[in-house]
Design a protein around this ligand. Structure first.
Ligand code: HEC
Length: 159
């Protein structure tokens, strides 16, 4: 076989595989949100902080995910769905009301830490979502808020 023929076969097989994997659809659901149980409602989050959580976190840490077009095209769709599923499992602002006090406090200090050390928003998310590219001032603002709220809850627990 010559190189041209091999290239042609590779192209056709690749195309068939690409079409076939489209049938493997990942989970892309946005479960219904009970507004009375969200972190926003419970903590009465100021608008400027909420805007940051919306810009940088809600796609993976709430049930209000905005699914991008590539969330519909395998194999990218599998990766997106995986991040959202994992993100929601670890910390879901829409299901905040289900967490115990100690869990809330630890999630808030987790936010403080993750924002401070730049592990969140997930770095691979940022190039495709420029609005999640926080300035240092915005990071500082979000981290300070999370720390303050964590302290409030921990104080409350001792009483
Ligand atoms: C692209 C998806 C994505 C975005 C956007 C994102 N996260 Fe995450 N986050 C994850 C995933 C996945 C995990 C779990 C695995 C890990 O820790 O890397 C996680 C874990 C966390 C944890 C640890 C929770 C725990 O206690 O285990 C915190 C806190 C967190 N994220 C906060 C944030 C904050 C705050 C933002 C916005 C500034 C944000 N994340 C943006 C996907 C995301």
């Amino acid at each position: 076989m010559n190189v041209k023929k091999i290239a042609k076969i590779t192209f056709v097989v690749g195309g068939v595989v690409f079409v076939l994997i489209q049938f493997v659809q990942p989970n892309r659901t946005n479960p219904e949100v009970d507004q009375s149980k969200t972190m926003q409602t419970e903590l009465n989050i100021p608008a400027d902080i909420n805007a940051l959580l919306d810009r940088g976190c809600k796609d993976c840490h709430s049930n209000r995910t905005v699914w991008p077009f590539y969330a519909y095209i395998a194999p990218a769709s599998w990766l997106v769905s995986h991040d959202v599923t994992e993100g929601r499992k670890h910390f879901n602002m829409s299901e905040w009301g289900k967490y115990k006090l100690s869990k809330k406090a630890s999630k808030l200090s987790g936010i403080y830490q993750a924002v401070n050390d730049h592990s969140m928003p997930l770095p691979k998310y940022v190039p495709l979502h420029p609005e999640a590219n926080f300035t240092d001032a915005e990071r500082g603002q979000l981290a300070a808020w999370a720390q303050k709220e964590a302290e409030k809850l921990m104080g409350g627990e001792e009483e």
